[in-house]
Write a protein that binds this ligand. Structure first.
Ligand code: GLN
Length: 502
Protein backbone atom coordinates (compact mmCIF):
# COMPACT_ATOMS: atom_id res chain seq x y z
CA UNK A 1 0.00 0.00 0.00
CA UNK A 2 1.38 3.40 -1.00
CA UNK A 3 0.64 5.69 1.96
CA UNK A 4 0.62 8.69 -0.41
CA UNK A 5 -2.38 7.29 -2.29
CA UNK A 6 -4.54 7.41 0.84
CA UNK A 7 -6.79 10.23 1.94
CA UNK A 8 -6.18 11.79 5.34
CA UNK A 9 -8.77 9.69 7.18
CA UNK A 10 -7.70 6.49 5.38
CA UNK A 11 -4.09 7.16 6.32
CA UNK A 12 -5.01 8.04 9.89
CA UNK A 13 -6.97 4.76 10.18
CA UNK A 14 -4.16 2.72 8.60
CA UNK A 15 -1.73 4.10 11.18
CA UNK A 16 -4.18 3.65 14.05
CA UNK A 17 -4.73 -0.01 13.15
CA UNK A 18 -0.96 -0.46 12.71
CA UNK A 19 -1.26 -1.51 9.07
CA UNK A 20 1.46 1.04 8.43
CA UNK A 21 3.64 2.93 10.83
CA UNK A 22 3.77 6.67 11.13
CA UNK A 23 7.44 6.45 10.14
CA UNK A 24 6.52 4.66 6.92
CA UNK A 25 3.95 7.34 6.17
CA UNK A 26 6.46 10.12 6.85
CA UNK A 27 9.18 8.45 4.76
CA UNK A 28 6.78 7.94 1.87
CA UNK A 29 5.75 11.60 2.00
CA UNK A 30 9.38 12.74 2.17
CA UNK A 31 10.41 10.49 -0.74
CA UNK A 32 7.57 11.78 -2.86
CA UNK A 33 8.42 15.37 -1.95
CA UNK A 34 12.06 14.77 -2.92
CA UNK A 35 11.01 13.27 -6.24
CA UNK A 36 8.47 15.93 -7.26
CA UNK A 37 9.99 19.06 -5.74
CA UNK A 38 12.38 19.76 -8.64
CA UNK A 39 9.31 20.28 -10.88
CA UNK A 40 6.87 21.78 -8.40
CA UNK A 41 8.71 23.70 -5.69
CA UNK A 42 5.78 23.43 -3.29
CA UNK A 43 8.03 23.64 -0.21
CA UNK A 44 10.34 26.26 1.21
CA UNK A 45 11.68 23.85 3.81
CA UNK A 46 11.34 20.09 4.27
CA UNK A 47 11.96 18.58 7.71
CA UNK A 48 13.59 15.32 6.69
CA UNK A 49 14.98 14.43 10.09
CA UNK A 50 12.52 16.14 12.37
CA UNK A 51 9.52 14.58 10.60
CA UNK A 52 10.92 11.07 11.01
CA UNK A 53 11.75 11.85 14.63
CA UNK A 54 8.17 13.04 15.26
CA UNK A 55 6.77 9.98 13.50
CA UNK A 56 8.94 7.60 15.52
CA UNK A 57 7.73 9.22 18.72
CA UNK A 58 4.13 8.47 17.68
CA UNK A 59 5.07 4.90 16.69
CA UNK A 60 6.72 4.36 20.06
CA UNK A 61 3.56 5.45 21.84
CA UNK A 62 1.39 3.18 19.70
CA UNK A 63 3.93 0.36 20.17
CA UNK A 64 3.75 0.84 23.93
CA UNK A 65 0.06 0.10 23.80
CA UNK A 66 -1.38 3.62 23.72
CA UNK A 67 -4.29 3.73 21.31
CA UNK A 68 -4.00 6.17 18.42
CA UNK A 69 -7.38 7.45 19.51
CA UNK A 70 -6.01 8.74 22.81
CA UNK A 71 -2.93 10.21 21.14
CA UNK A 72 -5.18 12.35 18.94
CA UNK A 73 -7.33 12.44 15.83
CA UNK A 74 -4.33 12.98 13.52
CA UNK A 75 -1.93 10.55 15.22
CA UNK A 76 1.04 9.96 12.94
CA UNK A 77 -0.33 11.72 9.85
CA UNK A 78 2.06 13.88 7.76
CA UNK A 79 0.83 17.47 7.29
CA UNK A 80 2.34 20.54 5.61
CA UNK A 81 2.11 24.13 6.88
CA UNK A 82 2.06 27.37 4.93
CA UNK A 83 5.21 29.24 5.79
CA UNK A 84 3.43 32.14 7.47
CA UNK A 85 2.62 29.99 10.51
CA UNK A 86 4.97 30.00 13.46
CA UNK A 87 6.69 26.73 14.31
CA UNK A 88 9.56 26.39 16.73
CA UNK A 89 11.74 24.44 14.32
CA UNK A 90 12.90 25.51 10.90
CA UNK A 91 12.25 29.02 9.72
CA UNK A 92 9.09 31.05 9.24
CA UNK A 93 9.85 33.21 6.20
CA UNK A 94 6.45 34.29 4.87
CA UNK A 95 8.07 33.90 1.45
CA UNK A 96 9.98 37.11 2.13
CA UNK A 97 13.66 38.09 2.14
CA UNK A 98 12.97 40.23 5.17
CA UNK A 99 12.23 37.10 7.26
CA UNK A 100 14.62 34.79 5.41
CA UNK A 101 16.32 33.70 8.63
CA UNK A 102 13.51 34.19 11.10
CA UNK A 103 13.11 31.42 13.66
CA UNK A 104 9.95 31.54 15.69
CA UNK A 105 10.29 31.14 19.46
CA UNK A 106 6.74 29.78 19.72
CA UNK A 107 4.16 27.66 17.92
CA UNK A 108 1.04 29.28 16.56
CA UNK A 109 -2.16 28.01 18.18
CA UNK A 110 -3.43 26.23 15.05
CA UNK A 111 0.00 24.61 14.66
CA UNK A 112 0.06 23.56 18.31
CA UNK A 113 -3.40 22.05 17.94
CA UNK A 114 -2.16 19.94 15.03
CA UNK A 115 0.84 18.81 17.06
CA UNK A 116 -1.35 18.00 20.04
CA UNK A 117 -3.57 15.94 17.72
CA UNK A 118 -0.52 13.85 16.78
CA UNK A 119 0.21 15.34 13.33
CA UNK A 120 3.71 15.06 11.88
CA UNK A 121 4.86 18.31 10.26
CA UNK A 122 6.82 17.45 7.12
CA UNK A 123 7.58 20.95 5.96
CA UNK A 124 6.70 24.57 5.30
CA UNK A 125 5.09 25.44 2.00
CA UNK A 126 5.63 28.22 -0.51
CA UNK A 127 3.39 31.28 -0.64
CA UNK A 128 3.12 34.72 -2.13
CA UNK A 129 5.18 37.05 0.01
CA UNK A 130 3.21 37.78 3.20
CA UNK A 131 0.26 36.02 1.54
CA UNK A 132 -0.19 38.87 -0.96
CA UNK A 133 -1.06 37.41 -4.32
CA UNK A 134 -3.09 34.83 -6.20
CA UNK A 135 -0.43 32.83 -8.03
CA UNK A 136 2.48 32.08 -5.68
CA UNK A 137 4.67 34.09 -8.04
CA UNK A 138 5.21 36.82 -5.47
CA UNK A 139 7.31 34.48 -3.33
CA UNK A 140 10.86 35.79 -2.92
CA UNK A 141 12.02 32.20 -3.36
CA UNK A 142 10.51 31.48 -6.77
CA UNK A 143 7.08 30.26 -7.86
CA UNK A 144 5.32 26.92 -7.30
CA UNK A 145 4.02 24.87 -10.22
CA UNK A 146 0.51 23.48 -10.46
CA UNK A 147 0.64 19.65 -10.31
CA UNK A 148 -1.92 19.51 -13.15
CA UNK A 149 0.45 21.52 -15.35
CA UNK A 150 3.69 22.71 -13.81
CA UNK A 151 3.89 25.59 -16.32
CA UNK A 152 0.79 27.02 -14.65
CA UNK A 153 0.20 28.68 -11.30
CA UNK A 154 -1.30 26.66 -8.44
CA UNK A 155 -3.13 29.82 -7.37
CA UNK A 156 -2.26 31.70 -4.24
CA UNK A 157 -1.34 32.80 -1.89
CA UNK A 158 -1.39 29.31 -0.29
CA UNK A 159 -0.16 27.78 -3.57
CA UNK A 160 2.48 25.53 -2.01
CA UNK A 161 0.01 24.00 0.46
CA UNK A 162 -2.45 23.33 -2.38
CA UNK A 163 0.20 21.88 -4.70
CA UNK A 164 1.52 19.60 -1.95
CA UNK A 165 -1.91 18.00 -1.45
CA UNK A 166 -2.80 17.90 -5.16
CA UNK A 167 0.52 16.16 -5.90
CA UNK A 168 -0.23 13.61 -3.15
CA UNK A 169 2.86 14.61 -1.17
CA UNK A 170 0.64 14.99 1.89
CA UNK A 171 -3.04 14.27 2.44
CA UNK A 172 -3.69 17.53 4.26
CA UNK A 173 -2.17 20.96 4.72
CA UNK A 174 -2.92 24.34 6.22
CA UNK A 175 -3.34 27.60 4.37
CA UNK A 176 -4.51 31.07 5.30
CA UNK A 177 -7.22 33.02 3.54
CA UNK A 178 -7.49 36.81 3.64
CA UNK A 179 -9.27 37.30 0.33
CA UNK A 180 -9.36 33.84 -1.22
CA UNK A 181 -5.94 32.34 -0.55
CA UNK A 182 -7.29 28.93 0.47
CA UNK A 183 -10.32 28.69 -1.81
CA UNK A 184 -8.77 29.94 -5.07
CA UNK A 185 -5.74 27.59 -4.97
CA UNK A 186 -8.06 24.75 -3.89
CA UNK A 187 -10.14 25.49 -6.97
CA UNK A 188 -7.14 25.67 -9.29
CA UNK A 189 -5.62 22.45 -7.89
CA UNK A 190 -8.81 20.34 -7.68
CA UNK A 191 -9.08 20.22 -3.88
CA UNK A 192 -11.41 20.96 -1.04
CA UNK A 193 -10.31 24.11 0.78
CA UNK A 194 -12.15 25.77 3.65
CA UNK A 195 -11.99 29.30 4.99
CA UNK A 196 -13.73 29.16 8.37
CA UNK A 197 -15.86 31.95 9.84
CA UNK A 198 -13.72 34.83 11.07
CA UNK A 199 -12.89 34.03 14.70
CA UNK A 200 -13.36 30.26 14.38
CA UNK A 201 -9.64 29.42 14.20
CA UNK A 202 -7.08 31.32 16.25
CA UNK A 203 -4.78 33.68 14.35
CA UNK A 204 -2.17 33.59 17.13
CA UNK A 205 1.11 32.72 15.45
CA UNK A 206 -0.18 33.39 11.96
CA UNK A 207 1.95 36.26 10.67
CA UNK A 208 -0.62 39.02 10.16
CA UNK A 209 -1.44 40.36 6.71
CA UNK A 210 -4.88 41.97 7.22
CA UNK A 211 -5.96 41.11 10.75
CA UNK A 212 -9.69 41.69 10.28
CA UNK A 213 -9.80 39.28 7.33
CA UNK A 214 -7.15 36.57 7.94
CA UNK A 215 -8.28 33.01 8.78
CA UNK A 216 -6.44 29.70 8.81
CA UNK A 217 -8.06 26.66 7.18
CA UNK A 218 -7.42 23.22 5.67
CA UNK A 219 -6.72 21.78 2.23
CA UNK A 220 -7.62 18.16 1.54
CA UNK A 221 -8.79 15.85 -1.20
CA UNK A 222 -12.31 15.49 0.14
CA UNK A 223 -14.83 17.09 2.46
CA UNK A 224 -14.51 14.64 5.35
CA UNK A 225 -10.75 15.19 5.60
CA UNK A 226 -11.27 18.96 5.87
CA UNK A 227 -14.00 18.38 8.46
CA UNK A 228 -11.56 16.32 10.52
CA UNK A 229 -8.88 19.01 10.33
CA UNK A 230 -11.44 21.65 11.34
CA UNK A 231 -12.34 19.55 14.37
CA UNK A 232 -8.71 19.89 15.41
CA UNK A 233 -8.15 23.54 14.43
CA UNK A 234 -11.27 25.28 15.74
CA UNK A 235 -11.83 26.52 19.26
CA UNK A 236 -11.49 29.54 21.46
CA UNK A 237 -8.01 30.89 22.13
CA UNK A 238 -7.34 33.54 24.79
CA UNK A 239 -4.18 34.53 22.88
CA UNK A 240 -6.27 35.90 20.00
CA UNK A 241 -8.63 38.70 21.05
CA UNK A 242 -10.77 38.12 17.95
CA UNK A 243 -11.17 34.40 18.65
CA UNK A 244 -14.84 33.54 19.03
CA UNK A 245 -16.24 31.95 22.16
CA UNK A 246 -18.46 29.48 20.35
CA UNK A 247 -18.66 25.73 20.73
CA UNK A 248 -16.92 23.63 18.10
CA UNK A 249 -19.32 20.96 16.88
CA UNK A 250 -18.00 17.61 15.65
CA UNK A 251 -17.95 18.47 11.94
CA UNK A 252 -17.84 14.77 11.04
CA UNK A 253 -20.82 13.71 13.13
CA UNK A 254 -23.58 14.65 10.71
CA UNK A 255 -21.55 14.95 7.55
CA UNK A 256 -23.32 12.15 5.72
CA UNK A 257 -26.78 13.39 6.68
CA UNK A 258 -28.17 15.38 3.75
CA UNK A 259 -29.61 18.82 4.43
CA UNK A 260 -33.42 18.57 4.26
CA UNK A 261 -35.30 21.10 2.17
CA UNK A 262 -32.04 22.55 0.95
CA UNK A 263 -32.21 26.04 -0.54
CA UNK A 264 -29.21 27.36 -2.40
CA UNK A 265 -28.81 30.90 -3.66
CA UNK A 266 -26.99 31.58 -6.90
CA UNK A 267 -26.11 35.26 -7.27
CA UNK A 268 -27.23 36.62 -10.60
CA UNK A 269 -23.86 38.40 -10.71
CA UNK A 270 -22.16 34.98 -10.82
CA UNK A 271 -23.62 34.10 -14.22
CA UNK A 272 -21.40 36.47 -16.08
CA UNK A 273 -19.29 36.47 -19.22
CA UNK A 274 -16.36 37.14 -16.93
CA UNK A 275 -16.33 33.37 -16.36
CA UNK A 276 -14.26 30.96 -18.44
CA UNK A 277 -16.65 28.58 -20.28
CA UNK A 278 -15.51 25.68 -18.09
CA UNK A 279 -16.30 27.70 -14.96
CA UNK A 280 -19.73 28.62 -16.30
CA UNK A 281 -20.34 24.95 -17.11
CA UNK A 282 -19.16 23.76 -13.68
CA UNK A 283 -21.58 26.17 -12.01
CA UNK A 284 -24.54 25.06 -14.16
CA UNK A 285 -23.61 21.39 -13.67
CA UNK A 286 -23.42 21.89 -9.90
CA UNK A 287 -26.84 23.54 -9.96
CA UNK A 288 -28.15 20.50 -11.86
CA UNK A 289 -26.62 18.10 -9.34
CA UNK A 290 -28.23 19.90 -6.42
CA UNK A 291 -31.56 20.12 -8.25
CA UNK A 292 -31.31 16.38 -8.84
CA UNK A 293 -30.95 16.01 -5.07
CA UNK A 294 -34.19 17.90 -4.57
CA UNK A 295 -32.63 21.22 -3.60
CA UNK A 296 -34.39 24.44 -4.42
CA UNK A 297 -32.18 26.84 -6.36
CA UNK A 298 -33.07 30.49 -6.09
CA UNK A 299 -31.55 33.43 -7.86
CA UNK A 300 -30.27 35.96 -5.39
CA UNK A 301 -28.88 39.44 -5.69
CA UNK A 302 -25.50 40.35 -4.23
CA UNK A 303 -25.35 43.86 -5.65
CA UNK A 304 -22.08 44.66 -3.91
CA UNK A 305 -20.16 41.73 -5.42
CA UNK A 306 -18.95 44.20 -8.04
CA UNK A 307 -17.53 46.50 -5.35
CA UNK A 308 -15.72 43.76 -3.45
CA UNK A 309 -12.35 44.04 -5.17
CA UNK A 310 -12.22 47.83 -4.90
CA UNK A 311 -13.11 47.81 -1.21
CA UNK A 312 -10.86 44.83 -0.38
CA UNK A 313 -7.84 46.43 -2.06
CA UNK A 314 -8.23 49.41 0.27
CA UNK A 315 -9.00 47.59 3.53
CA UNK A 316 -6.40 44.81 3.13
CA UNK A 317 -3.46 47.07 2.15
CA UNK A 318 -4.42 49.54 4.92
CA UNK A 319 -4.14 46.81 7.53
CA UNK A 320 -1.05 45.37 5.87
CA UNK A 321 0.75 48.71 5.94
CA UNK A 322 0.18 48.84 9.67
CA UNK A 323 1.00 45.16 10.36
CA UNK A 324 4.18 45.22 8.30
CA UNK A 325 5.53 48.35 9.99
CA UNK A 326 7.18 46.07 12.55
CA UNK A 327 9.63 44.75 9.94
CA UNK A 328 12.05 47.62 10.22
CA UNK A 329 15.49 46.02 10.18
CA UNK A 330 15.89 46.63 13.92
CA UNK A 331 13.67 44.19 15.75
CA UNK A 332 13.14 41.49 13.14
CA UNK A 333 14.77 40.10 10.11
CA UNK A 334 17.03 41.53 7.52
CA UNK A 335 19.09 44.60 8.41
CA UNK A 336 20.68 46.59 5.59
CA UNK A 337 24.21 47.98 5.72
CA UNK A 338 24.28 51.72 6.09
CA UNK A 339 27.16 54.05 5.38
CA UNK A 340 28.86 56.40 7.84
CA UNK A 341 26.70 59.44 8.41
CA UNK A 342 23.48 57.63 7.48
CA UNK A 343 20.82 57.65 10.18
CA UNK A 344 18.14 55.37 11.56
CA UNK A 345 15.63 56.46 8.91
CA UNK A 346 18.10 55.35 6.25
CA UNK A 347 18.45 51.99 8.01
CA UNK A 348 14.66 51.50 7.99
CA UNK A 349 14.32 52.61 4.37
CA UNK A 350 17.16 50.47 3.07
CA UNK A 351 16.19 47.38 5.05
CA UNK A 352 12.60 47.58 3.88
CA UNK A 353 13.56 48.36 0.28
CA UNK A 354 15.87 45.33 0.22
CA UNK A 355 13.66 43.03 2.23
CA UNK A 356 10.22 43.51 0.67
CA UNK A 357 9.37 42.53 -2.89
CA UNK A 358 7.49 44.77 -5.35
CA UNK A 359 3.94 43.60 -4.54
CA UNK A 360 4.43 44.03 -0.80
CA UNK A 361 5.91 47.49 -1.37
CA UNK A 362 2.95 48.38 -3.59
CA UNK A 363 0.51 47.32 -0.85
CA UNK A 364 2.40 49.20 1.86
CA UNK A 365 2.33 52.36 -0.24
CA UNK A 366 -1.34 51.92 -1.12
CA UNK A 367 -2.25 51.24 2.49
CA UNK A 368 -0.24 54.15 3.84
CA UNK A 369 -1.87 56.42 1.29
CA UNK A 370 -5.47 55.43 2.07
CA UNK A 371 -4.85 55.83 5.80
CA UNK A 372 -3.14 59.20 5.53
CA UNK A 373 -4.79 62.35 6.76
CA UNK A 374 -6.96 63.88 4.08
CA UNK A 375 -7.49 60.54 2.32
CA UNK A 376 -8.66 58.45 5.26
CA UNK A 377 -12.30 59.51 4.92
CA UNK A 378 -12.32 59.41 1.14
CA UNK A 379 -10.84 55.92 0.84
CA UNK A 380 -10.52 53.89 4.02
CA UNK A 381 -13.75 55.00 5.66
CA UNK A 382 -15.67 54.63 2.41
CA UNK A 383 -14.30 51.12 1.97
CA UNK A 384 -15.43 50.24 5.50
CA UNK A 385 -18.94 51.44 4.64
CA UNK A 386 -18.94 49.28 1.52
CA UNK A 387 -17.77 46.40 3.68
CA UNK A 388 -20.79 46.85 5.93
CA UNK A 389 -23.10 46.88 2.89
CA UNK A 390 -21.49 43.66 1.62
CA UNK A 391 -22.18 42.04 4.97
CA UNK A 392 -25.77 43.33 4.93
CA UNK A 393 -26.28 41.81 1.47
CA UNK A 394 -25.19 38.37 2.69
CA UNK A 395 -27.22 38.70 5.89
CA UNK A 396 -30.33 39.47 3.84
CA UNK A 397 -29.70 36.50 1.57
CA UNK A 398 -29.43 34.10 4.51
CA UNK A 399 -32.23 35.55 6.62
CA UNK A 400 -34.64 36.19 3.79
CA UNK A 401 -34.98 39.88 4.69
CA UNK A 402 -35.47 42.66 2.18
CA UNK A 403 -37.39 40.68 -0.40
CA UNK A 404 -34.72 37.98 -0.79
CA UNK A 405 -35.61 34.35 -0.22
CA UNK A 406 -33.63 32.94 2.71
CA UNK A 407 -31.07 30.33 1.65
CA UNK A 408 -28.88 27.83 3.51
CA UNK A 409 -25.83 28.65 1.42
CA UNK A 410 -24.70 30.64 -1.58
CA UNK A 411 -23.32 28.74 -4.57
CA UNK A 412 -20.99 30.51 -6.99
CA UNK A 413 -17.70 30.00 -8.80
CA UNK A 414 -14.48 29.99 -6.78
CA UNK A 415 -12.44 31.84 -9.40
CA UNK A 416 -13.32 33.19 -12.84
CA UNK A 417 -11.01 30.77 -14.66
CA UNK A 418 -8.81 27.68 -14.32
CA UNK A 419 -5.06 27.79 -13.61
CA UNK A 420 -3.28 30.37 -15.76
CA UNK A 421 0.29 30.21 -17.04
CA UNK A 422 3.09 31.32 -14.76
CA UNK A 423 4.01 34.82 -15.91
CA UNK A 424 0.69 35.36 -17.69
CA UNK A 425 -0.84 37.77 -15.19
CA UNK A 426 2.14 38.79 -13.16
CA UNK A 427 2.90 41.97 -15.08
CA UNK A 428 -0.63 43.29 -14.53
CA UNK A 429 -1.58 43.54 -10.84
CA UNK A 430 -5.19 44.39 -11.68
CA UNK A 431 -5.67 41.23 -13.79
CA UNK A 432 -4.41 39.21 -10.85
CA UNK A 433 -6.62 41.08 -8.36
CA UNK A 434 -9.67 40.07 -10.44
CA UNK A 435 -8.91 36.41 -9.64
CA UNK A 436 -10.39 37.25 -6.24
CA UNK A 437 -13.71 38.54 -7.57
CA UNK A 438 -15.76 35.73 -6.01
CA UNK A 439 -13.76 35.24 -2.84
CA UNK A 440 -12.95 38.62 -1.24
CA UNK A 441 -16.49 39.58 -0.23
CA UNK A 442 -16.70 36.42 1.88
CA UNK A 443 -13.75 37.64 3.97
CA UNK A 444 -15.17 41.16 4.09
CA UNK A 445 -18.36 39.69 5.57
CA UNK A 446 -16.43 37.29 7.86
CA UNK A 447 -18.32 34.25 6.56
CA UNK A 448 -17.26 30.63 6.07
CA UNK A 449 -16.49 29.61 2.47
CA UNK A 450 -15.51 26.34 0.87
CA UNK A 451 -14.21 25.45 -2.58
CA UNK A 452 -14.72 21.97 -3.97
CA UNK A 453 -13.74 20.25 -7.23
CA UNK A 454 -16.53 20.64 -9.79
CA UNK A 455 -15.13 19.98 -13.25
CA UNK A 456 -12.27 20.46 -15.64
CA UNK A 457 -11.18 22.84 -18.36
CA UNK A 458 -9.15 21.58 -21.31
CA UNK A 459 -6.26 23.86 -22.18
CA UNK A 460 -3.40 22.89 -24.46
CA UNK A 461 -4.12 19.19 -24.05
CA UNK A 462 -4.11 19.47 -20.26
CA UNK A 463 -6.99 18.91 -17.88
CA UNK A 464 -7.21 21.78 -15.41
CA UNK A 465 -9.51 21.57 -12.39
CA UNK A 466 -12.30 24.05 -11.81
CA UNK A 467 -13.93 24.63 -8.42
CA UNK A 468 -17.24 25.92 -7.16
CA UNK A 469 -17.69 27.73 -3.89
CA UNK A 470 -20.24 27.46 -1.12
CA UNK A 471 -20.69 30.29 1.38
CA UNK A 472 -22.67 29.82 4.56
CA UNK A 473 -23.94 31.97 7.42
CA UNK A 474 -21.44 32.78 10.17
CA UNK A 475 -20.49 29.73 12.29
CA UNK A 476 -22.58 27.43 10.10
CA UNK A 477 -19.61 25.43 8.80
CA UNK A 478 -21.24 22.14 9.78
CA UNK A 479 -24.12 22.65 7.38
CA UNK A 480 -21.86 24.10 4.67
CA UNK A 481 -19.73 20.95 4.88
CA UNK A 482 -22.82 18.72 4.70
CA UNK A 483 -24.01 20.59 1.60
CA UNK A 484 -20.58 20.11 0.04
CA UNK A 485 -20.63 16.42 0.93
CA UNK A 486 -24.04 16.02 -0.77
CA UNK A 487 -22.43 17.22 -4.02
CA UNK A 488 -19.28 15.17 -3.54
CA UNK A 489 -21.27 11.98 -3.12
CA UNK A 490 -22.88 12.50 -6.52
CA UNK A 491 -19.72 13.40 -8.44
CA UNK A 492 -16.25 11.99 -8.92
CA UNK A 493 -14.26 15.17 -9.54
CA UNK A 494 -12.52 14.84 -6.18
CA UNK A 495 -11.19 11.37 -6.97
CA UNK A 496 -9.17 12.55 -9.99
CA UNK A 497 -5.44 12.99 -9.62
CA UNK A 498 -2.97 14.79 -11.84
CA UNK A 499 -0.73 12.56 -13.92
CA UNK A 500 2.83 12.64 -12.70
CA UNK A 501 4.37 13.56 -16.04
CA UNK A 502 7.81 12.46 -17.13
N1 GLN B 1 -5.16 37.33 -3.58
C1 GLN B 1 -5.58 38.16 -2.50
C2 GLN B 1 -4.51 39.18 -2.22
O1 GLN B 1 -3.57 39.23 -2.91
C3 GLN B 1 -5.89 37.34 -1.31
C4 GLN B 1 -4.69 36.86 -0.62
C5 GLN B 1 -5.00 36.07 0.62
O2 GLN B 1 -6.12 35.59 0.80
N2 GLN B 1 -4.01 35.95 1.48
O3 GLN B 1 -4.60 39.93 -1.30
Amino acid sequence: MDPCSLTLIELRDAIASQRISSEEAARAALARIDRLEPTLHAFLEVFHEKAVEQARAIDRRIGAGESAHTIGPLAGVPIALKDNMCLTWGRTTCGSRILENYESPFNGTAVQRLLDAGAVIVGKTNLDEFAMGSSCENSAFGPTGNPWDPARAPGGSSGGSAAAVAARMVAGSLGSDTGGSIRQPAGLCGLVGVKPTYGRVSRYGLVAFASSLDQIGPFSRNVADSALMLNVLCGHDPFDSTSATVETPDFLADLERPVEGLRLGVPKQARSDRNHPAVAKALEDAIAVYKGLGAEIVEIDLPRLDHGIAAYYIVAPAEASSNLARFDGVRYGRRAEIGPGEDLIALYAKSRAEGFGPEVQRRIMLGTYVLSSGYYDAYYLTALKVRRLIKNDFDAVFSGAGGQSGVHAVLMPTAPGPAFKLGEKNADPLALYLEDYYTVTVNMAGLPGLSMPAGFAEEGGRRLPVGVQLVGPAFDEARMLRIARMFERETNWHTQAPSEGP
